[in-house]
Design a binder for this molecule. Structure first.
Ligand code: MRU
Length: 390
């Protein structure tokens, strides 16, 4: 994405090496501040305190964290310690574990004196891969938006628009580049399709109001920020043609864990026959989990994120204000799980599939569980024949 006319990624290595640069997302939309992370501790802090956030970017940042850890201590113990510190930063987004495991696997095979350099290259490769995956998601999602435009009779330069609702920030800022849910929107806008985006504010941290709106604004994509509870009303009145969100972890059966409030949007979309799509790169699929509701750890964050709001005052100062009575407790569940049955389709780098075990297995045959032998007790009733393609 361009920032002030310059193509920019959300994370990049320092030219002289030995450090990595990020955008401090806690300062957006009011200030664009970059920060240099010099060691493993700084990377762990940046993930924990959400200077960087969004599942793919958390993974990419952790990869550089391992690389910086290798510069400090490339021994087996140092590698294990770096992985352990980074894994403990945030529990829900599975890309974190995926990136750390990918780093550890490639480094364990090397003697310690070669690890620091190799880790740096591997972290860079993980970032490049993320960009390619997201751009491919954009191309597949663009096909869906084109179909919607055709069905609605909306054309380039003509009357009407395609209204797309999104939740949280699954854009450029949540990845290394492009975004997941927003990649198809950028592609559609760049192709001249008249899209308009309803941006859920996404309390409590306001990733929609602060980050998605900032991104769309910077790229010139027409959008409107709405309070989180507005989506259902818009859908009842035919003002949403499609919902598209990202995910922090998708199970092998197609359940989707994403920012708190996603489930309520899916329910409203289902009730109003509005297509509800989830965009995700392969590393966001947790092939070890089948039941999203019971098996995915849901991060609970500081209640202060609910009781306080940060913003610019009329006098121009950036301040925190408290919005709840002193003494009222608050709970802060960061994610929820949307069951596969409410999802119209998963948009991946390999194409679009049903949100189901068969759908995902059709796109990722090398990751799918081995077929159960015919006639075995386990095999009875399994949807082994459906390919799940949409
Ligand atoms: O708590 P966050 O801001 O890290 O949560 C981010 C989300 O829930 C995104 O929708 C998800 O990571 C997908 S990002 C491509």
């Amino acid at each position: 994405m361009n920032v002030n006319g310059t193509p920019t990624r959300t994370i990049w290595p320092a030219r002289e090496g030995g450090a990595v640069w990020i955008i401090d997302q806690t300062r957006l939309p009011h200030e664009f501040v970059t920060q240099r992370l010099n060691d493993l501790g700084a990377v762990a802090h940046a993930i924990r305190a959400m200077l960087v956030r969004g599942a793919p970017l958390i993974g990419a940042t952790a990869a550089y964290g391992v690389a910086l850890g290798m510069a400090e201590d490339p021994s087996d113990e140092g590698l294990a310690r770096a992985c352990q510190i980074l894994l403990a930063t945030r529990p829900t987004a599975v890309n974190l574990r995926w990136a750390i495991e990918a780093m550890a696997e490639s480094l364990r095979a090397l003697p310690p004196d070669q690890r620091a350099l190799a880790a740096w290259a591997k972290a860079g490769a993980i970032c490049d891969e993320d960009v390619a995956l997201n751009e491919a998601i954009g191309d597949h999602g663009l096909g869906i938006i084109k179909d919607l435009a055709r069905a609605k009779g909306v054309e380039k330069g003509g009357e009407g628009r395609i209204n797309i609702l999104t939740h949280c920030n699954a854009g450029w800022l949540a990845t290394v580049d492009w975004g997941t849910a927003l990649a198809p929107l950028y592609k559609a806008h760049d192709a001249g399709l008249p899209i308009h985006v309803w941006v859920d504010e996404t309390r409590p941290r306001n990733q929609g109001a602060s980050l998605t709106a900032w991104e769309l604004n910077s790229h010139g994509v027409p959008h409107t920020v709405i309070a989180d509870n507005t989506g259902g009303h818009l859908m009842q009145h035919g003002l949403v043609d499609m919902v598209i969100v990202g995910t922090d972890r998708t199970t092998a059966t197609g359940d989707v864990c994403n920012k708190i409030g996603t489930y309520l949007k899916a329910l409203a979309a289902f009730d109003n026959a509005v297509p509800f799509y989830v965009a995700l790169p392969g590393p966001t699929i947790d092939w070890t989990v089948n039941d999203g509701l019971r098996e995915i750890p849901i991060e609970q964050r500081d209640a202060a994120e609910v009781t306080r709001v940060w913003g610019r005052t009329a006098a121009g100062a950036l301040e925190w204000v408290t919005i709840t009575p002193t003494g009222s407790p608050a709970a802060n569940y960061a994610f929820d799980v949307t069951p596969a049955r409410l999802i119209s389709g998963l948009i991946t780098e390999r194409g679009v599939c049903a949100a189901s075990a068969a759908g995902l297995a059709g796109l990722y045959p090398e990751r799918a569980p081995a077929p159960v032998p015919a006639g075995s007790a386990e095999g009875k009733g399994a949807a082994a024949t459906a390919d799940g393609a949409l």
